[in-house]
Design a protein around this ligand. Sequence first.
Ligand SMILES: C[S@@+](CC[C@H](N)C(=O)[O-])C[C@H]1O[C@@H](n2cnc3c(N)ncnc32)[C@H](O)[C@@H]1O
Length: 428
Amino acid sequence: MQPSLGYRLDLSLFTELRNDESWSFRGLTQKDTNYLTHCYHRYPAKFIPQLARRVIEENTSIDDVVLDPFCGSGSAVLEGLLSGRVAYGSDINPLGYLITKAKTTPINPSVLEKSIEYLFSSLKYYRKASTDNLPKGIHSWFPERVIPELNTILRAINFDDNDVKTFFLCAFSQILKACSYWSMYSIKPYREPDKFAKTEPKPIEIFRRHVLKMQARNEELYNILLDIEGFNSRKSIEISDAKRLPIKDKTISLVATSPPYVTSYEYADIHQLTLMWLGNLFPSEQIRRIFIGSMSRKETRSELLSYMAHDVITNLSKNDEGLGRSVSAYFSDMQECFKEMLRVLEPSGRIAIVIGNTKLRGVEICNAQVFVEMFVNMGLSLKKVISREVPSKYLPSTRDPATGKFVSARSLNKILAYPHEYILVFET
Ligand SMILES: C[S@@+](CC[C@H](N)C(=O)[O-])C[C@H]1O[C@@H](n2cnc3c(N)ncnc32)[C@H](O)[C@@H]1O
């Protein structure tokens, strides 16, 4: 017999829902979504900035405080700042922290200009830099000739000014994929041995091109944000587990976030090129176990406040016990994060979650329905559910119907993962 868990969702709420075309952002090009500093660095499952902006503007007023506790590359943080809100972002991933910092910290254009000149004049005299003490695993990912050149760039990024250093490290991290055997078509670590059969990459050239693009965007952002008084004190970016936010009081007007998906990305693998080169950014290998949604998480720490969660886990465990435990751990982790969001939410605050459902081993994983039951059982009310189609150009990848694992979007035998998703808005 199931325990009494309180509120049980009326499923017709979701089955009768139609997609809201105005939230599909179908007409946007890659150029539109990569505007301003959004182009600095790729990141898996990035927010469409225009979506983040609309969620923020519809649910807050100027000067309100917006938090994204799974901020990844900081799309919502930047959009919060651009729309005149105070914006906090945190993520467990130090690469997310680096990108978010770079994206939201415009540098005085003349300071940046001088730093760029200085950096590239030192790279002009590039001679083979030492390849001693290179990180393990590097030789299988990078052509031999490319390694010393990358090493030279990294050593040259030696600035006292932290903002300038962050800017260049972000550029460096972004070019690693193009300089490696990692397939440009794959988010996951898929090695393409013939990638450089015709020409080898020229890291300094690739780095220069990206830095110059970033320089132009920095100047645009600088000019926009100059008008916002005290701009730098209007943001806070931290490396933090969403289960223990570095916020003391109930100060958050809106939590706007898109959480990690269950068993989808192993972030520690996806970012391994950056991890190899900027290893000191990543505190320890332990981090893999803190990433929510990782297959290595198996522990369910408290009673799940959702009937739907119990049904999903029971059905899944019949087919695959290990996967059942991972999904249970995921729901348990998310429940802890939701409690933490409530702890920091101001009395009239709102929470907006962007999440999709998926199928694993033939079982529908109803994340959205589970999250609704959890939040309502924690005392919030559901203000709005929006169903949006995710146009295929925004789909990062697909799931293999047999294993449920994410596979390259180009592979055969695929089903679409997250062909639509939900925006759930809760209020206190
Ligand atoms: C869907 S992504 C967010 C992407 C983001 N909206 C953007 O625009 O780049 C989910 C994020 O959750 C983060 N994450 C996973 N486990 C976490 C945890 N325990 N605490 C905080 N962040 C975590 C991942 O590092 C990842 O950046």
